[in-house]
Design a protein around this ligand. Structure first.
Ligand code: PLP
Length: 363
């Protein structure tokens, strides 16, 4: 058996007619930039997430930049985040000249550990940026309490978690600004790059809409230093089609995760843990194993692709050496990055495929 990790081709075939039609509609109109499909998608994203404002943009990375620019993050400001994430989380902080300040992760969820945040707050701290890793929001109750007490903003990097919830609210509707990514392999992906920012704050929404088009207030009049951060009309049309099926996709991902847990619970692995207040979008189903390289090679031989999210925590990355961190600073992030492995995950993974993967792990 050869297993497909994300089944992107399968999904295209599944919705081919609707997707082709949506793409051709844009081609026929040639309204490639800021066509009406952009606004239509934004309205549907608002409805889906419950956030008052959804603003599409060029990628999940640019969504983080827009969020921080809207909050006036400046050089020397400090933003507290997790070292166990994709580089874009902290890279964008550094790109704006601000300083990423890392806090180790929770042993069970692998998200930022709120109990370790307060000791890192200084007079320069402006915001906390939790990441909803593998699809599950961080402990927002605890983070909100800290942010309130110290007057800090919360930016949620929800690139992996569109549609996830905490206390019944989607993670696009928590914090001051939330972001997501429509990179093809994310739970809700387009056919290229795309992303969005979400907020309930009218002023921040207005500013991000302006920042997305070079800080313009009206054509050729520029109020802010902004960026070229629009999402293509075609990509918006594609996401809008997929969004119609997304509630079903999320339910299927949940079922796949449950079947995995059922199949793997007797094995010598640490399985994913979801906080009882949260639901996950299951971007990944990632397990911990002692001898990862051996397992990865064995699964590969049997046609089972795997991935490692992520093999090196950010505080040990060469690009961040100037921050002066060293091995041992964030022990849990370091251990988990050595042991974590993501198994094939998509809404269409069959029972047969899951049992096949379960058997392959035991052999
Ligand atoms: C994918 C990802 C991003 C970046 O999204 P792009 O759309 O690829 O720019 C940012 N943060 C996290 C946690 C991600 O997984």
């Amino acid at each position: 058996m050869q297993i497909d990790f994300a089944k992107l081709q399968y999904q295209y075939q599944l919705y081919k007619e609707e997707l082709d039609q949506a793409i051709h509609k844009v081609l026929n109109k040639s309204n490639y930039i800021m066509g009406n499909e952009v606004k239509e998608l934004e309205e549907n994203l608002q409805t889906f997430t419950g956030a008052k404002h959804a603003i599409t943009c060029s990628s999940g990375t640019d969504a983080l930049l827009l969020a921080m620019m809207a909050l006036d993050i400046k050089p020397d400001d400090e933003i507290i985040t997790t070292p166990f994430t994709f580089i874009a989380t902290a890279e964008t902080i550094a790109f704006l000249g601000a300083k990423p300040v890392f806090v180790d992760i929770d042993e069970k969820t692998y998200n930022i550990d709120p109990s370790k945040i307060e000791e890192k707050i200084t007079s320069k701290t402006k915001a906390i940026m939790p990441v909803s890793l593998y699809g599950q929001p961080a402990d927002i109750d605890a983070i909100l309490a800290i942010a309130d007490k110290h007057n800090l903003k919360i930016i949620i990097d929800g690139a992996q978690s569109f549609g996830s919830t905490f206390n019944g609210r989607t993670d696009s509707n928590l914090g001051d600004i939330s972001t997501t990514s429509f990179f093809p392999a994310k739970p809700l992906g387009c056919f290229g790059d795309g992303g969005a920012v979400f907020t309930n704050n009218d002023a921040l929404a207005g500013k991000m809409r302006s920042l997305r088009v070079h800080g313009q207030s009206k054509r050729y009049h520029h109020q802010y230093i902004g960026m070229g951060g629009r999402m293509d009309t075609i990509q918006c049309a594609i996401v809008d089609v997929k969004l119609k099926h997304y509630a079903k996709d999320l339910a299927l991902r949940q079922e796949v995760a449950e079947k995995y847990t059922q199949t793997l619970k007797e094995k010598d692995l640490v399985l994913p843990f979801v906080n009882e207040k949260a639901s996950s979008a299951w971007a990944q189903y990632s397990v911990r194993v002692q001898n990862r390289d051996k397992l990865q090679a064995k699964l590969k031989e049997q046609g089972i692709p795997t991935a490692v999210h992520y093999p090196m925590p950010l505080h040990l990355q060469e690009a961040f050496s100037y921050l002066g961190y060293k091995r041992g600073d964030f022990p849990l992030s370091e251990v988990v990055s050595n042991e974590i492995i993501s198994l094939p995950m998509n809404p269409y993974l069959s029972n047969d495929e899951i049992s096949y993967i379960g058997k392959a792990i035991s052999n």
